[in-house]
Ligand binder design. Structure first.
Ligand SMILES: C[S@@+](CC[C@H](N)C(=O)[O-])C[C@H]1O[C@@H](n2cnc3c(N)ncnc32)[C@H](O)[C@@H]1O
Length: 201
């Protein structure tokens, strides 16, 4: 996917999620917060885009950093953050070089709603290594992934590709996200999207 072009022309269907998707992501956040009181600690939103889910985490009581490589997406995120009245750090940079972008360490929750699965294998390995370097010892990684399949736009990733990019982490859960694209795009792209939850081994 050419993300810069997509934002430039206003093509961002991943932002149009519906109630079943929102319920599922809230359920995943609830699980990470269970037994704790806010503030929950630091969360990192990889490929934050317009900041939608990072802002949601900030509202819930996480101290959030969002990173994206597309300046236009970050402009939209800055506006949303301001409108939401939350505190969220926004960084322009590459998820494959988090530390070089100034992302610090200690993240208890690392969220990726659709960036990893379109990276090539070199980028995936780099992202996995960077996440391992900045995540806290007890961190959880939540990755939203389309299965690998021959389709336009999004590459997709298999479970074994995820495991290869995150050595030292174990997939603990794989669950449907309930994400649906508009009908024509859904038929064309067949997202069949799932959440992968990873914890350190
Ligand atoms: C499917 S969009 C998801 C955006 C946002 N997380 C959401 O759910 O609304 C994927 C995002 O990853 C960003 N992205 C892609 N490759 C990236 C990279 N190497 N480093 C940082 N961000 C990247 C894109 O600019 C885009 O905003």
């Amino acid at each position: 996917m050419n993300w810069r072009f997509a934002y430039a022309v206003g093509f961002h269907p991943w932002e149009d999620t519906d109630a079943p998707f929102a319920r599922k992501i809230a359920e995943l956040f609830d699980r990470e917060e269970k037994g704790c009181q806010p503030p929950y600690g630091q969360a990192l939103d990889l490929g934050t885009g317009s900041g939608i889910w990072g802002i949601e985490l900030a509202k819930r009581g996480w101290q959030v950093t969002g990173i994206d490589i597309v300046e236009k997406a970050l402009r939209r995120a800055r506006e949303r953050v301001k409108k939401a009245g939350v505190d969220m750090r926004l960084v322009c940079g590459d998820v494959t070089a988090l530390r070089a972008a100034g992302v610090e360490s200690g993240f208890r929750l690392v969220l990726d709603t659709g960036t990893f699965h379109d990276l090539n294998s070199t980028q995936r390995d780099a992202m996995g290594g960077e996440v391992s370097a900045v995540a806290a010892p007890d961190a959880t990684v939540l990755l939203l992934v389309w299965p690998r399949r021959r389709r336009p736009l999004i590459r997709g990733a298999s479970r074994s590709e995820i495991e290869a990019a995150f050595p030292g982490w174990k997939v603990t859960d794989v669950e449907p996200s309930h994400f649906r694209l508009p009908k024509i795009l859904d038929l064309l792209l067949k997202p069949d999207e799932h959440w992968y939850r990873l914890r350190r081994e």
